[in-house]
Design a binder for this molecule. Structure first.
Ligand code: SAM
Ligand code: SF4
Length: 443
């Protein structure tokens, strides 16, 4: 089939928002090559899987998908399949994956997205290609910017991570921290807003260390202040804040902004100082609590979310109880909870006192049941109050209704005209569930 005559690409993204953003970049590159996006695997000419390797469960899911695609390729030998991202980038992974999945046409590491057109051209000629650089060698601005014309956009402000938390594979597959220049970020967001975007999420593994390499000093709070000035943008979110780098200046900037959402995703990971030290998180529970108190002092209505790992090597019942205790102390609106997963190449994988799967499962269940009660209580508190919602579109489960989010990132479903999509409306909350809220437009 001719390249410009309707070739279809299906892109699947696994993992975090960075992975989603990378998948969007790959889709944009294929569009420049004459492909149109589709979600119909059966009729695809190209399937791209942008992978995640943060936990074994994600890897297993992806390996299952790669296996399924083999059957699809047997039915349609012209189908091209590309596997990109973190899983491919792990030391020694490429050879292992190539052996296991010889039906794959393109393998691309996290530092090779900019070159995807060239890899695609070769694959279209029938070659099997692989490109996995160990280091990022291209300028930061060498991949396409966020897709225009959408209400919401994820914007990378930095790449990589310097923190080396002992459980985490991310610094090993995404390289060291690199911050984009503020003027490039501001121009990208200004262009997005001209194309109809109203909400941006600024992405980094640790946004609080944005700009550490800049001279003269220009930090994340300065960037937020400047992005807040962009006309016609309605909301600014950011993710993720490492607690060790959360400055007073940043909290005060959020408080002083107009569009800056009062929501902090502040992963605590554990409530035990012993475990936090072994995790190399570089803060204590006391320091974490002092940061939370500071947020509440300056922004009493801010919402907080977190990530927690249970069953990290050496975690005793007492350590775990300390995590439960902190969950009860802090009012998180939501918590992402995980069982520790051994990642080859990380320090924690070498620790001897690994915790059994049974214990990890039991602890996760207990943690989740505590947090579910807390999340519901948080939402029930919202009943009878009015919140500003950015209307995103029809609800997926009930297209008769609209869905949008509060500044705190809570999902709200309500009845309203479709002309409201893309604007801010005031909604009075009438019902609360663990995950969503229901409300009415405030007259
Ligand atoms: N950079 C962010 C941060 O510092 O919080 C998040 C990065 S990671 C993609 C998202 C979450 O996955 C982490 O906060 C952590 O809770 C979890 N995670 C990372 N490695 C893990 C592992 N080996 N096992 C279980 N959970 C893990
Ligand atoms: Fe992983 Fe820690 Fe970096 Fe987050 S800060 S990406 S958890 S190493």
């Amino acid at each position: 089939m001719d390249k410009d005559k309707g070739k279809k690409v299906v892109t699947l993204a696994y993992g975090c928002q960075m992975s989603e953003r990378d998948a969007e970049t790959l889709t944009q590159i294929t569009r420049q090559e004459g492909y149109t996006s589709s979600d119909d695997l059966l009729n695809a000419d190209l399937v791209i899987i942008n992978t995640c390797c943060v936990r074994e469960s994600a890897e297993n899911k992806i390996l299952g998908k790669i296996g399924e695609l083999k059957k699809l390729k047997e039915k349609n030998p012209n189908l091209k399949i590309a596997i990109s991202g973190c899983m491919v980038q792990q030391p020694g992974a490429l050879e292992r994956l190539q052996k296991r999945a010889p039906h794959i046409d393109i393998w691309a590491g996290t530092h090779n997205l900019h070159d995807f057109s060239a890899l695609l051209h070769q694959a279209e000629q029938g070659a099997k290609v692989a490109e996995v650089w160990q280091e990022p060698k291209m300028p930061l601005e060498s991949t396409p910017q966020a897709e225009k014309g959408k209400l919401q956009a994820n914007v990378n402000i930095m790449y990589g991570c310097n923190n080396f938390c002992s459980y985490c594979i991310v610094p090993h597959v995404r390289g060291r921290e690199r911050s984009r220049k503020p003027e490039e970020i501001i121009q990208e967001i200004t262009d997005l807003v001209s194309s109809g975007c109203r909400e941006v999420t600024l992405l980094g593994q640790n946004v609080n260390s944005y700009g550490k390499e800049f001279s003269p000093v220009y930090d994340f709070a300065d960037l937020l202040h400047d992005v807040d000035q962009i006309p016609n943008l309605l909301r600014i979110r950011f993710i993720t804040s490492h607690p060790k780098d959360l400055s007073d200046k940043l909290i005060e900037t959020v408080a002083g902004g107009n569009k800056l959402c009062e929501h902090f995703h502040l992963p605590i990971q554990s409530g035990s100082n012993f475990i936090l030290e072994r995790m190399n998180r570089k803060y204590t529970r006391e320091y974490y609590l002092s940061r939370v108190n500071k947020i509440h002092e300056i922004l009493p209505k801010a919402s907080l979310t977190t990530d927690i790992i249970v069953g990290f090597p050496g975690e005793s019942e007492i350590d775990f109880e300390q995590t439960l205790e902190i969950m009860n102390m802090i009012h998180y609106s939501h918590a992402f909870t995980f069982m520790y997963s051994k990642r080859s190449g990380t320090l924690a994988a070498e620790m001897e006192d690994q915790i059994s799967l049974d214990v990890k499962k039991r602890r996760l269940q207990r943690l989740m049941s505590v947090q579910n009660v807390k999340s519901l209580a948080w939402r029930e508190e919202m009943i009878g109050k009015t919140y500003e919602i950015l209307v995103e579109g029809p609800s997926r489960t009930n297209p008769e209704r609209l869905v949008g989010r509060t500044r705190g990132n809570e999902l709200v479903v309500f009845k309203g005209p479709s002309e409201f999509v893309g604007s801010l409306v005031n909604i009075r909350i009438t019902e609360a569930g663990t995950w969503t809220l229901v409300g009415n437009i405030e007259e």
